[in-house]
Design a protein around this ligand. Structure first.
Ligand code: ADP
Length: 319
C-alpha cells in the first residue's frame, strides 16, 4: 500500500489571510462610503441655510454692488451643493449602494417633463431645444425612470452649457424589439463647441475636463459624465460619444426595456385636437422633422410648410 501525505496547513493559513484581507478591504470601503454620506449631509444642511438666507436677503433693499455680491454668494453656494451631490452619487454607485428601480412608466411623458425642466436652464441663451420621437416607439415601458431621467438631464445640461448657437436635440429611436422587449437609442446632439479628438477618451474619467480653461469658463467638476456612464452601466446600457471640434457633439446611449401593452388611444394629451385641421409652419428643418414625427406618433397626418406664404399658396390651390 502506498500513502501520500501532504501538509495543507500553509494553504489553509494563506486562504484565511486572504479572507481576512478581503473582509478588511470591504469594511474600509463601507466606512469610506459612510463617511462620505455623513459628510455630504453635514455640509448640505448648513449650505442650505446659507443659500436660503441669501434668497431672503436678495428680497430686501440693496444697492447694485451689494446685490452683485450676494448673487455671487448664492451662485457659489449652488455650485457647492452640486459638487457635493455629484460626489455622493459617484461614491454611492462605486460602493454598489445606488438602487435600481424596475417599474412601468410612460416614456414620452418622462421626456416631456424632463424638457419642461431643462427649458428653464436655457436662461437667456438663444438656442433651440428639441426632441425627435420615433413613432415606432411604445409609450409604456418597464425599467428605471429615475436613472433614465438623471442621465438625460446630465447630458442635455452639458449640451446646453457648451452650445452658444444652433440647437440641442434629443433623438429617440426604437432600434429593435419584440412584443415583450424594446431596445431604444437616445442621442443628445448639439451644435456646440465640440471636443478635440485627442480628448475624447478621457471624458468619462472622473474629474476630467477637456482642458483647464473649461473650468475657468464653464465651471463644473468633471464628474457629470463619469456618473452618467456609471448610471448607464448600472441599468445595463452602453454609452459613447461622437464629436467634431467647432461643429458639435453627440452623446449616444442605448437601453433595453420591457414593453407594456396599453389599450389607450394614440392621441394621448392631444385628444383636444381631434376633428381640427392642423398644419405646421416652420423654417427650421429640425423643428419640421420633430413635429412631423410627434404628430405622426399621435395619429395625426399633418402637412408641413416652410413659411406662412407657402401655407397660403398651397391652401389656395383647389385640391
Ligand atoms: P463638467 O461639465 O462638470 O465639467 P462632465 O463630466 O459633465 O463635467 O464633462 C466633462 C467635460 O467634457 C466638460 O468639462 C467638457 O470639457 C466636456 N463636455 C461634456 N459635454 C460636452 C458637450 N456637449 N460639448 C462639448 N464638451 C463637452
Amino acid at each position: 500500500m502506498v500513502a501520500f501525505l501532504t501538509d495543507q496547513t500553509a494553504t489553509y493559513l494563506r486562504q484565511k489571510e486572504l479572507e481576512k484581507a478581503k473582509e478588511e478591504a470591504l469594511s474600509a470601503a463601507r466606512s469610506k462610503s459612510e463617511f462620505l454620506a455623513t459628510m455630504s449631509h453635514e455640509i448640505r444642511a448648513p449650505m442650505n441655510g446659507v443659500i436660503g438666507m441669501t434668497s431672503l436677503l436678495l428680497q430686501t433693499d440693496l444697492n447694485a454692488e451689494q446685490k452683485d455680491y450676494i448673487e455671487t454668494i448664492r451662485l457659489s453656494g449652488d455650485n457647492l451643493i452640486t459638487i457635493i451631490n455629484e460626489i455622493l452619487d459617484f461614491s454611492k454607485i462605486d460602493f454598489g449602494q445606488m438602487e435600481v428601480e424596475y417599474q412601468t412608466f410612460d416614456l414620452e411623458s418622462l421626456v416631456e417633463e424632463t424638457f419642461d425642466l431643462l427649458s428653464t436652464h436655457l436662461g437667456d441663451k438663444e438656442i433651440d431645444l428639441y426632441y425627435d420621437w420615433d413613432p415606432k416607439l411604445p409609450r409604456m415601458i418597464k425599467g428605471d425612470p429615475t436613472r433614465l431621467r438623471q442621465i438625460l438631464i446630465n447630458l442635455i445640461n452639458n449640451a446646453i452649457k457648451f452650445t452658444h448657437e444652433g440647437y440641442v436635440l434629443l433623438d429617440i429611436n426604437r432600434l429593435q424589439g419584440t412584443d415583450q422587449e424594446v431596445s431604444v437609442s437616445f442621442e443628445v446632439k448639439d451644435t456646440g463647441i465640440g471636443i478635440p479628438e485627442s480628448r475624447i477618451d478621457r471624458l468619462f474619467k472622473p474629474f476630467s475636463q477637456v482642458d483647464s480653461s473649461t473650468t475657468r469658463k464653464y465651471g463644473g467638476t468633471g464628474l457629470g459624465l463619469a456618473i452618467t456612464q456609471k448610471l448607464v452601466d448600472l441599468i445595463g446600457g452602453t454609452i459613447w460619444v461622437e464629436s467634431k471640434e467647432g461643429i458639435g457633439s453627440s452623446f449616444i446611449f442605448e437601453l433595453g426595456f420591457e414593453r407594456i401593452e396599453t389599450t389607450e388611444d394614440s392621441y394621448g394629451n392631444l385628444s383636444f385636437l381631434v376633428g381640427h385641421q392642423i398644419a405646421v409652419i416652420s423654417s427650421s428643418e429640425v423643428a419640421k422633422q420633430c413635429l412631423h414625427h410627434y404628430f405622426d406618433s399621435h395619429g395625426f397626418a399633418v402637412p408641413i410648410y416652410r413659411s406662412a406664404s407657402e401655407f397660403l399658396i398651397v391652401k389656395e390651390v383647389p385640391g
